[in-house]
Structure formats: structure tokens, C-alpha cells
Design a protein around this ligand. Structure first.
Ligand code: PMP
Length: 361
């Protein structure tokens, strides 16, 4: 008989837990994990390859532990007068968030978010030994400054997650909520801007709130708008003291020389890398409009995905789409499903498959 988890001397608080597990199945149309569905343009890929090849020549040495050049490049990309002392990076923003929790939460402490929100927050919180506090959202998955402040004041968490815009709902988060949450909180406030580049151009970033707020952290990722999910690069901007705290918990040399080289090369081509954002936003809006026409409720989205309600039996619809070669996400919200905006062809395949289910075909 094979060994089960319960047979191992595993941490008590990990017993009975399930790992993060969006299915990875090779279906023709994969719209389930909010990836950028457009590949990196050929000429940029060639340049990245050159830089990675160069880094490979020194691969016998440990990488720059401080990834100084990369932090400089992120500061330049973000603007807002940021300097490299305010930047941190890791293998995906998941690891960035893990570093924050390791430094500012951990055993005996708490982290809070407003559900439904990104499903990794409670998992990262638990894995670092802290307890998760589930706050609530208002109607339409929005969050008002008053509601956020009241809930934070009542729970007094060590870390607050504000997902802006929110996954899995797509909901924008006004900066007034960030300001109110920060005032109400004693601990670190993380604004997770993983999908920021898909928001309207004029929408301000929480980066503009950083001056004078030493407990505020704004995290970003190259996984979405930069079409770089496979490279695993996330980053944040915060007070230099916060960055110093993260140095206490990271593994030495956590960002490989290959990752640093690839990310640096990609950042040099930021406008090209981000070139597909407008096209993705157009597909997202097309999805919302068509879903509404099909009789579903498409929630407002400032991201590269759409959460839609009015689904009688989400598991059955998910399966029917699967059988038609289209993979989307059942995020566990009753009568809802979530779909990532694809290329024009992928989006068409999804909408046609859904319409065919709708008509009972
Ligand atoms: N934050 C949010 C809100 C996300 O949706 C995701 C990925 N789905 C992440 C962070 C993590 O992304 P990554 O680790 O690829 O940077």
C-alpha cells in the first residue's frame, strides 16, 4: 500500500490541506489561469535568447544576489520616481507575496483579504504558519472604503491583501479603499496589481500612494501583461526598509542568472511585450458583451478575464466546454464561471462552444 500524507510526520497545520491545483491539461483552447494567450514576439524572443545565452557562460558562478540591474530596470519601468532601493523581485509574484508573509506574518500572526479573492492568499498565509481572516465584499464584489476600514479595524490583521483589480471577479479597486485600509491597519497593506496593465489607461496605480506610507507594498508580475508566466518573475515597490526586511527571509541567490537575464531583456522591450494588451482588452470586452447577449451576467472587469454569473450548473457547463476542447475555470462561486480572454480565434472558439451548449446542441 502506498504511503499517504497522514502517515508522514507532517506539520499538524498542513494535515487535510489540498494544494493549489488548476488543472494543467493540453486542451486546444486553455483559458483557465489568466495567462497572456499571445506568445512573446519572435524578435524579442531572439533577443532574450541572446541574453540568456550570454548569462549561461558565467553559470558556474552564483548570480547577483541583489539583482541590482533588474531592480533598476523595474524602477524605470514603473516610473513614479521610484529607485532600485524600493524594488524587490522573486520567482513570480506568488514568491514575492510569500516573502512578505514570511517577514511580516508567520506563526501566531494573521493575514486578511476580502473574499472572493485570489485563492493563493490563504494558502500562502497558512504555509507560512499564519492564520487567514476572510473579510467580506459588498454587492457586485466591490469594496467600499468604509467597509474595508471597519473590517480591518475589527480584525486587526498583521498583513492585509487588497487585490486591485480583484481575481477572480475582475473588480476594480478605487484608491480611496487603499487609503482607508492603510489608515485602519496597523500592519502591512499589500496592493496586488497583478492585472494592472489591463485597467483603463487613465486609472491611477497604488504606486502613487507610496510616498509617506512605509507599510504600503505594491506588487506586480510579468506573468500577465508581459506574457512571461513561464519565466516566473514578480516584483514589488515599497519603502526601502520593507525591502530590507525581505532580505531576511529570501533564500540566497533566489533569482537565477537565467531568470535575471531573461527579465532584463524582456523589460528592454516593454512596449513590444505590452503590445498585445489592447487586443486582449478588446477580446475581454467582446466576451462580456457576448455573454450578456447569451443571457449571462458578465461582471465588470479591469483584467484579462471575465467572471460570469447566471450559470445554472457550473460543473456541467465547465465539463461541456471541456468536451469541446475549451478549458475555463470553476472558481467555486455558485452559478459562476471565469474565462480568460484569448486570442481572437480562441475567444471565438469559447463563445461558440458556450452558445452551442446554451442551445442544448
Ligand atoms: N496575484 C494575482 C491576483 C494572481 O491572479 C496571480 C496569478 N494568477 C498572481 C498574483 C501570481 O502570479 P505569478 O506568481 O505568476 O506572478
Amino acid at each position: 500500500m502506498s504511503t499517504r500524507l497522514e502517515d508522514l510526520p507532517i506539520r499538524d497545520d498542513l494535515r487535510g490541506q489540498v494544494p493549489y491545483g488548476a488543472p494543467q491539461v493540453p486542451l486546444p483552447v486553455a483559458l483557465n489561469v489568466n495567462e497572456n494567450t499571445h506568445p512573446v514576439p519572435e524578435d524579442v524572443a531572439d533577443d532574450i535568447l541572446d541574453q540568456v545565452a550570454r548569462a549561461l557562460r558565467d553559470i558556474n558562478r552564483y548570480p547577483d544576489r541583489e539583482f541590482t540591474e533588474l531592480r533598476e530596470a523595474f524602477a524605470g519601468y514603473l516610473g513614479e520616481g521610484l529607485t532600485r532601493e524600493q524594488i524587490w523581485a522573486a520567482n513570480g509574484s506568488n514568491e514575492v507575496l510569500q516573502h512578505i508573509l514570511m517577514a511580516f506574518a508567520g506563526p501566531g500572526r494573521t493575514a486578511m483579504g476580502f473574499t472572493p479573492t485570489y485563492s493563493m492568499y490563504p494558502l500562502l498565509t497558512g504555509a507560512t504558519g499564519a492564520s487567514w481572516i476572510a473579510g467580506r465584499r459588498d454587492a457586485g464584489y466591490t469594496l467600499t472604503p468604509e467597509s474595508a476600514a471597519d473590517q480591518i479595524a475589527a480584525a486587526d490583521p498583521d498583513v492585509v491583501f487588497l487585490c486591485a483589480p480583484n481575481n477572480p471577479t475582475g473588480t476594480p479597486l478605487p484608491l480611496a479603499v487603499v487609503e482607508a485600509a492603510y489608515e485602519a491597519a496597523r500592519g502591512i497593506v499589500i496592493v496586488d496589481e497583478a492585472y494592472f496593465e489591463f485597467a483603463p489607461r487613465e486609472a491611477p496605480s497604488a504606486l502613487t500612494l507610496l510616498p509617506g506610507r512605509e507599510r504600503l507594498v505594491v506588487s506586480r508580475t510579468m506573468s500577465k501583461a508581459f506574457a512571461f508566466a513561464g519565466a516566473r518573475v514578480g516584483y514589488l515597490a515599497a519603502d526601502p526598509a520593507v525591502v530590507d526586511a525581505l532580505r531576511l527571509v529570501r533564500l540566497p541567490y533566489h533569482l537565477s542568472a537565467l531568470t535575471q537575464a531573461a527579465a532584463l531583456a524582456a523589460l528592454r522591450h516593454a512596449p513590444t511585450m505590452l503590445g498585445m494588451v489592447d487586443e486582449i482588452v478588446a477580446q475581454r470586452d467582446r466576451i462580456s458583451a457576448t455573454l450578456e447577449a447569451l443571457g449571462y451576467v458578465a461582471h465588470d472587469s479591469w483584467t484579462n478575464f471575465v467572471l460570469f454569473g447566471g450559470v445554472d450548473d457550473p460543473a456541467a457547463t465547465w465539463r461541456a466546454l471541456y468536451d469541446r476542447g475549451v478549458l475555463i475555470r470553476d472558481v467555486g462561486i455558485p452559478h459562476h464561471l471565469r474565462v480568460t480572454a484569448g486570442t481572437e480565434a480562441e475567444t471565438t472558439a469559447f463563445l461558440e462552444a458556450l452558445a452551442s451548449i446554451d442551445s442544448g446542441a
